[in-house]
Design a protein around this ligand. Structure first.
Ligand SMILES: C[C@H](O)CC(=O)SCCNC(=O)CCNC(=O)[C@H](O)C(C)(C)COP(=O)(O)OP(=O)(O)OC[C@H]1O[C@@H](n2cnc3c(N)ncnc32)[C@H](O)[C@@H]1OP(=O)(O)O
Length: 288
């Protein structure tokens, strides 16, 4: 029998998002998705692991990322995603500068392995995303962190949109997301100079929310666990309201907020929270 497919799903898939087949299932993949279990169920980890290129966005890295992200955005089990590196001393070193040595102008502009296909998709994920930055986050690597909702770093981490030093500009979201995170003037100073700053300094200007002595990942987990206790639909709706509202004038933003508010009011979770309050217990949310 013909299986009917929701037409809305088609409108959500653009050609650039068509799933990519990875060459070899047995080869070691540079990004892995891990879904945590038991009391941490709902938390997923995206672990970058391409040590020989310091987690640069090589073609295989981007293809693997895109495949995982394609599946992830429809995954109803995932409540929070943490992006981290398994390579000591680096979060992500940005575009693959070696592969680019032989790129034509057309390759630069039209390659389907451009880092923007990762960062733009991360920014569109429907659940909260947290970047745990330890070591270098440079160029596209910082853009990846900027695509996330929340960033935490170690004091010693090194963050920079260094593209101008390479004769280019950030091309995976950096000019837009950095200025929204720290303001136009500071973003311009950082991008025009290509300066690297420490995680500690990044916390002072609001580029990351927390800077830790060590172990940014633990801080990311702490935040993720806090999010797990809240209403799943509420969090997704809050993300839409904040992200869409940020691109609008205040009255349009307030209208979007009302539309999202209207989505949470009819939910079972809303009723459960009120019941739990009067019964002096913790609510058990079902995401319904
Ligand atoms: C779309 C975006 O907007 C555009 C961009 O992202 S532009 C790219 C911006 N990124 C950069 O400029 C970072 C380049 N890398 C570096 O500066 C340094 O490698 C680093 C600070 C990350 C680490 O330094 P260090 O610890 O001394 O390691 P280093 O010896 O340089 O690197 C180890 C290996 O990783 C490779 N590597 C590091 N970053 C790489 C990158 N971005 N692309 C390809 N290979 C890279 C090095 O070439 C080296 O390989 P080798 O052993 O075969 O020579």
């Amino acid at each position: 029998m013909l299986k009917l497919v929701n037409p809305l799903l088609f409108s959500y898939i653009r050609p650039s998002e068509i799933p990519i087949r990875l060459c070899s299932a047995s080869s070691k993949l540079p990004v892995k998705l891990e879904k945590l279990e038991n009391e941490n169920k709902g938390i997923a980890l995206l672990r970058m692991d391409l040590p020989e290129k310091k987690n640069a966005f090589s073609a295989i890295m981007v293809k693997t990322f895109r495949k995982i992200l394609y599946d992830l955005k429809f995954d109803k089990e995932v409540r929070v995603l943490i992006l981290k590196s398994d390579v000591p001393g680096v979060f992500c070193s940005g575009a693959d500068l070696k592969e680019r040595l032989n790129f034509s102008v057309d390759d630069f502009l039209n390659s389907d392995t451009h880092p923007k296909y990762v960062t733009h998709e991360v920014a569109k994920l429907p659940f909260p995303t947290i970047a745990a930055i330890e070591g270098y986050a440079l160029g596209g690597g910082l853009e990846l962190a900027l695509a996330c909702d929340i960033r935490v770093a170690t004091n010693e981490a090194k963050l920079g949109l260094v593209e101008a030093k390479l004769g280019i500009i950030p091309g995976a979201g950096g000019t837009q997301w950095l200025s929204r995170a720290v303001g136009l003037s500071l973003a311009k100073e950082l991008i025009f100079t290509g300066r690297m700053i420490t995680g500690k300094d990044a916390a002072e200007i609001g580029l990351v929310s927390h800077a830790l002595e060590k172990d940014a990942f633990s801080k990311g987990m702490e935040i993720a666990k806090e999010i797990l206790k809240t209403g799943p639909i509420a969090v997704r709706m809050a993300k839409i309201a904040i992200d869409q509202g940020a691109q609008m004038d205040i009255n349009s933003g307030l209208t979007v907020e009302q539309q999202c508010y209207a989505q949470v009011i009819p939910t079972e979770d809303r009723v459960e929270a009120l019941k739990a309050f009067s019964e002096k217990r913790t609510p058990v949310f079902k995401g319904k």
